[in-house]
Design a protein around this ligand. Sequence first.
Ligand SMILES: NC(=O)c1ccc[n+]([C@@H]2O[C@H](COP(=O)([O-])OP(=O)(O)OC[C@H]3O[C@@H](n4cnc5c(N)ncnc54)[C@H](OP(=O)(O)O)[C@@H]3O)[C@@H](O)[C@H]2O)c1
Length: 343
Amino acid sequence: MSTYPTTMRALMLINRVKSFAQPDLESCFEVQEVPVPALEADQVLVKVACSPINPSNLSQLKGQYGDFGKMPLPQFTGGEGSGTVVAAGESAYAQSLVGKRVGTVAQPAGMWAEYVAVSATACIPLTDETTFEDGASCFVNPLTVVAFVEIALAKSAKTIVHTAGASALGKMLLRHAKNNGVKVIAVVRRQEQANALKDIGAEYVVDTSSDDWQNQLEKLATELEATLAFDAVCGTTAGAVLSAMPANSEIFVYGSLSGEGVSGVSPRDLVFLNKKVSGFWLVKYLGQRGAGMVEMVDSVAKSLTSTFRTKIRVSYPLGQAAAALQDYVNDMGNDKVAFKPFS
Ligand SMILES: NC(=O)c1ccc[n+]([C@@H]2O[C@H](COP(=O)([O-])OP(=O)(O)OC[C@H]3O[C@@H](n4cnc5c(N)ncnc54)[C@H](OP(=O)(O)O)[C@@H]3O)[C@@H](O)[C@H]2O)c1
């Protein structure tokens, strides 16, 4: 039987972040000694090994994601990660996970801590060959990628246009879409990213730093019948991408890395060419998807070292929050930065 302490170190947000470049960023965070959470019947206690920084965490720390801006401070931090189940509530399924290495997600937050209480059904047991680093990003991005390809297949789309194409999610999408016979046109903002994607086998990449990028995208989207796009950038990129796509195309906005709203959508595209702008949120998609969740999660668990692999380039202890966040923000496309609470 595992033993664990009654208190733990947790990285708490004590002041909302205004900008990740603010000189006093460190003053927004404090590592506090707090009680180890009590468990409900269907929960398990995970000793956290590794937890990445995701774009959604940046929005949460600024109070701009869901209800985070309304939640009182100090606030727990961190969304997904991996670790070992050291205790469980009374439910049989929760009990069955004790001692297992899992990837998981904390609701609404709490992974940047030594221990976290999570729902047993939000745990994906890791295979023996999956390291804690491989398993730390096993939920949000992989399931989103599975969803994107499911949407493409359901709509009989031959090709997906994907912005922020060099993101961790973008690299997974290239592999998973190919496995399912769907092509991807990756839209990136720097030549280095275009080169990096080509190095890992991307066939179609458009770099928005080129003056001619919209023409290049239009030519490719027409040739490859790309009628479906997923956009994580927003701003004028969303409208420009939709304009470059054929009639009857649909763009799903699923992030706002530019920090801007959707702009530049041409009324001609909407009115005469029957194009559409929609939204995608994984939580809502999974809620509506119905049967097959177990198979979906199982297929992700088996491919965390291949199709759904996320590389972690560096990890930090909880006490170096500002350094970790600035490192991530300054080089987001270069694999993930993570916290390891026991390092
Ligand atoms: N809606 C949902 O349910 C859902 C689910 C999962 C993920 N997401 C979203 O998916 C996106 C990717 O997540 P991730 O974890 O894969 O990200 P990541 O690995 O941290 O990579 C972020 C990427 O975005 C690029 N980027 C940042 N700011 C940009 C801007 N203003 N214009 C163009 N590109 C920009 C970066 O390029 P540089 O190297 O040039 O900085 C980098 O390639 C995020 O927006 C996240 O919120 C949404």
